[in-house]
Design a binder for this molecule. Structure first.
Ligand SMILES: Cc1cc2nc3c(=O)[nH]c(=O)nc-3n(C[C@H](O)[C@H](O)[C@H](O)COP(=O)(O)OP(=O)(O)OC[C@H]3O[C@@H](n4cnc5c(N)ncnc54)[C@H](O)[C@@H]3O)c2cc1C
Length: 398
């Protein structure tokens, strides 16, 4: 029997790659450190560029069934509450990019991919398998797990997130770069959303050194709220009283609608926001990486998962094209992906400044955002939302 392709990490990127490769009839083992794959999560936004990936995987209907299509993405001025600009959704986005913008519960998205992986005979999902290292040899790769097992495969894909051990070997660029901001995330029943909050849009409130995002989820029964702000303390000790006082101080100037949402947030846990400088080299022989392991970005474009999903499908397409010459496939894959994903990182950093600017700088950004007509905004996003061209797939098993 052919040795399997090993994938470290059963996040959205790892599962997408597993499914796309498994659908070609290739044996895949997904090694995931946590005991349950995809057990936690908040909301996630998906741009139109992700839809052709789901079409390739035969999962468009499943995705749409679990998603919500907000009326529009609206940017609000966090100080005045005024609308600054918006991106329309249906029908304008579909007319321009062939698909809508949707929001979905991450758990539901994960389950769509998990169910499809489970229904594919050649894919083995192995939770509670924490990979500690790997060695490459003539005919493949062997990884070691924390429990002492050695697992061999024909190739290795590091889909192991921001602190990827595969990246540490290939790029050797140390720790991720915190940008000074943290995020709190909460999901509340939509019935608890205070009056004055627009529930049918995906909202982005931009303020000096802080922003907030919110949108509905799961058939309009839930509401996802994300508060992101600059901190000097990072306050990552899980002390919710400290977090609450820091949030109250930071958002003192925010519009009352934002404050009414902040009151409903669980401030126990926070995420440190970080990215990495883009690198061109993602692969070494039969080993490569994808998703946050390869190109973690700030959340400006809300595209990290979308890029991980594009990676997974592209990578599998290159393996198909080279008929299993992994070293060649991985080189082609990284060449196809490097610039696009670097742009998400680098343009994301520049726009992040605009979202959080202060004083006159902020006034200038606000003027620039508000002068954009709908077609200007769509033109600005076309490099991203137009998506990627995938080669025709040769080997597809049903
Ligand atoms: C606040 C916030 C909001 C976001 N919003 C959006 C959004 O709206 N839209 C969007 O597209 N993106 C969004 N993102 C980004 C998105 O979450 C990530 O880019 C995406 O989840 C990356 O997927 P991944 O599969 O590469 O990595 P991950 O999801 O990090 O998965 C990595 C997996 O590898 C496992 N793992 C790690 N190390 C090992 C090991 N040694 N052995 C075995 N398993 C291991 C981990 O347990 C994990 O399951 C957001 C991120 C944040 C922080």
């Amino acid at each position: 029997m052919t040795a399997p392709i090993l994938i470290i990490g059963g996040g959205l990127g790892g599962l997408t790659a597993a499914l796309a490769l498994g659908r070609q009839g290739r044996a895949v083992r997904v090694l995931e450190a946590t005991p349950e794959l995809g057990a936690i999560g908040y909301g996630i936004q998906l741009g139109p560029n992700v839809f052709p990936m789901f079409a390739r995987l035969g999962l468009t209907d499943a995705l749409l069934a679990q998603s919500i299509l907000p009326r529009a993405c609206v940017m609000f001025d966090a100080l005045t509450g005024a609308e600054v600009t918006h991106i329309p959704n249906e029908p304008a986005l579909r007319a321009r990019f062939g698909a809508p913008y949707v929001v979905i519960h991450r758990v539901d998205l994960h389950k769509i991919l998990l169910d499809a992986c489970r229904a594919t005979d050649t894919i083995a999902l192995e939770p509670s398998t924490s990979v500690t290292g790997y060695t490459q040899h003539g005919d493949g790769v062997t990884v070691t797990a924390a429990d002492g097992r050695a697992i061999s495969g024909c190739a290795l894909i590091g889909a192991d997130g921001l602190r990827s051990l595969v990246r540490a070997r290939i790029a050797n660029d140390g720790e991720p770069k915190p940008c000074g901001y943290v995020a709190h995330r909460t999901i509340v029943p939509i019935s608890e959303v205070p009056d004055g909050v627009q529930r049918d849009v995906s909202a982005l409130w931009i303020g000096p050194r802080y922003h907030m995002v919110h949108y509905p989820l799961r058939n309009n029964t839930l509401f996802n709220i994300v508060a992101v702000f600059r901190t000097d303390t990072f306050g990552d000790k899980g002390d919710s009283a400290f977090n609450a006082s820091e949030v109250a101080h930071t958002y003192a100037t925010a519009h009352p609608v934002m404050k009414s949402l902040l009151e409903r947030m669980d401030l126990t846990r926070r995420w440190v926001i970080a990215d990495r400088d883009p690198v061109r080299k993602w692969s070494e022989g039969n080993v490569t990486m994808l998703g946050d392991a390869a190109h973690p970005a700030l959340q400006t474009f809300a595209q990290g998962a979308c890029m991980a999903i594009e990676d997974g499908v592209t990578l599998a397409a290159m393996v198909d094209q080279t008929d299993g010459d992994f070293a060649l496939a991985f080189k082609r894959y990284e060449a196809l992906r490097a610039v696009r994903t670097a742009r998400v990182v680098l343009e994301g950093r520049r726009l992040w400044e605009g979202y959080h600017a202060e004083g006159l700088d902020r006034d200038a950004w606000l003027q620039s955002f508000s002068e954009r007509r709908e077609e200007d905004t769509l033109a600005c996003l076309s490099w991203l939302y137009n998506g990627i061209k995938l080669p025709i797939q040769n080997k597809v098993s049903t």
